[in-house]
Ligand binder design. Structure first.
Ligand code: ADP
Length: 455
């Protein structure tokens, strides 16, 4: 069931309950008032008749005639007067005698002074009436036709108004909820049109600072992120294809050229060396891509443990030197650490080693002296690592882009690479809730600073 329908029904139900409660209270109080008023008029009638009989000494026959005549047009009150010994002194209509008085009833009236009760739908009142030092007991009874008619008419009108109101409230609720949900319907229609091919579509937002505008803005922000990541994904794939094609084309050309005619041993050796070099590039690229994929995992899927960073740095240096024996890497500890916690982080050993090795390799790669210096320091918050070199530096314009996957600076001609290393290092650092920054001056050198929080 749609929220709109649910809300309308709920709203109608609540209003119906309130209306019903309200109408019930009114009906109940009207019912009580009718009963009270009728007892009062019964009492008045009883006293008047007693006065006519006892005081004005109107003849019994006359009184009975009045009763019988009135009965034809009104619901005349039937009155009976007794003395305290239960002797009937007067009765409006012995033939009808609706209230069957009994000795206990008369005694009760005498004892209580006044009793009120129902006999079928008739209301009866019993009174003790003192007159000239004697006590008389009167009963008066009648059916309140007029009161019941009024009550029934109130019930009919209320029921009719209730049904009409509920119908009206339901229709009004339906109409207003449709109006209120119109922006949501528009959003749904628009969102249905958004697909991978038109991620540039955005939801309309208005100036109202309401929840729906918030929702539309949040959705638009999500679309921005999606569009960016879709674009990045597209570039990523085309960059990978390009990076793979370059060495593959070189290898193909080399092999084709060599196969064209008979070559000397020397020439075959040279061609094989070229192909080995291109193969190494491909291996390096696929390793980088594999690491990038690992660094893109959800941090929940990556095993973190307590690590001493000095040990990870030494392993990273060994790896770099193993592949490039001409490189030189110095690790300097700027501060003496007193216990393991000073130099430890909660991290993934493999990924941190990859990040450090990339920075060490870059320092050596982009320097004539092929040297990298890693300065290690720490404070209460975390560990600070500075990877510096006295190399060719990075052009100021390139600084903002060097962490973008596959981006290579204008100094790329100095050495070979694929532009993945720095973006990979940055991803790894961010995964460890750390921070990486760079300062560089062309022909003076470059410093990459990494801050990693302790455990
Ligand atoms: P690459 O494979 O090109 O080295 P990276 O992602 O490691 O890719 O680096 C991106 C770019 O940043 C490099 O192409 C280069 O222009 C620049 N760069 C990175 N480190 C240094 C450095 N130590 N000295 C000079 N330039 C650097």
């Amino acid at each position: 069931m749609k929220i709109r329908t649910r809300l309308t029904i709920l709203f109608t139900f609540i209003t119906a309950t309130i209306l019903l409660l309200f109408a019930s209270v009114i009906y109940y109080s009207a019912k009580k008032n009718r009963e009270k008023d009728f007892y009062t008029s019964l009492k008045k009638e009883a006293i008047t008749k007693a006065n006519l009989f006892l005081n004005a000494e109107v003849e019994v026959k006359t009184l009975q005639e009045i009763y019988h005549n009135n009965r034809k047009i009104l619901n005349e009150v039937e009155v009976a007067i007794y003395d305290t010994s239960f002797h009937l002194l007067y009765h409006d209509a012995v033939d009808l005698d609706f209230v069957k008085e009994t000795r206990p009833m008369i005694d009760e009236i005498y004892k209580k002074g006044e009793v009120r009760f129902y006999q079928k739908d008739w209301q009866v009142i019993g009174l003790k009436f003192p007159y000239k030092n004697k006590k008389y007991l009167i009963t008066a009874a009648a059916y309140d036709q007029y009161g019941y008619d009024k009550l029934n008419s109130l019930l009919r009108t209320s029921s009719f108004v209730f049904v009409i109101s509920i119908l009206f409230i339901y229709l009004a609720g339906h109409f207003f909820s449709k109006k209120a949900f119109e922006p949501v319907t528009q959003m749904t229609d628009k969102v249905k049109k958004i697909s991978a091919t038109n991620l540039d579509l955005r939801l309309n937002t208005n100036k109202n600072n309401d929840e729906l505008t918030d929702l539309a803005n949040t959705f638009n922000e999500m679309l921005n992120r999606l569009e960016n990541s879709f674009d990045a994904q597209k570039h990523f794939v085309s960059n990978i294809s390009h990076e793979l094609r370059t060495p593959l084309t070189a290898m193909f050309a080399e092999l084709q050229l060599t196969a064209e005619k008979e070559r000397s041993n020397e020439q075959y050796k040279k061609a094989i060396e070229h192909i080995i070099s291109d193969t190494q590039k491909l291996i390096h690229l696929s390793n980088n891509l594999l690491d990038l994929a690992k660094a893109n995992y959800d941090s929940a899927e990556i095993a973190f443990k307590n690590l001493r960073l000095d040990e990870v740095l030494i392993e990273a240096r060994n790896d770099v030197l193993h592949n490039n024996s001409s490189f030189k890497i110095n690790i300097i500890f700027e501060k003496d650490f007193e216990d393991d916690a000073d130099i430890s982080v909660n991290g993934n050993e493999y990924l941190l080693k990859v990040a450090f090795a990339n920075l060490m390799e870059n320092s050596c790669k982009y320097s004539n002296d092929k040297q990298s210096t890693v300065a290690v320091s720490f404070d209460k918050e975390g560990i600070i690592l500075r990877f510096s070199d006295n190399g060719i530096g990075i052009a100021a314009d390139d600084l903002k882009s060097i962490f973008v996957p596959f981006y290579r600076g204008e100094n790329k001609t100095f050495t070979e690479g694929n532009g993945i290393g720095l973006s990979l290092s940055q991803k790894i650092v961010l995964l460890h809730h750390g921070n990486i920054s760079v300062t560089s001056q062309t022909n003076i050198g470059t410093i990459f600073t990494i801050q990693l929080p302790h455990l």
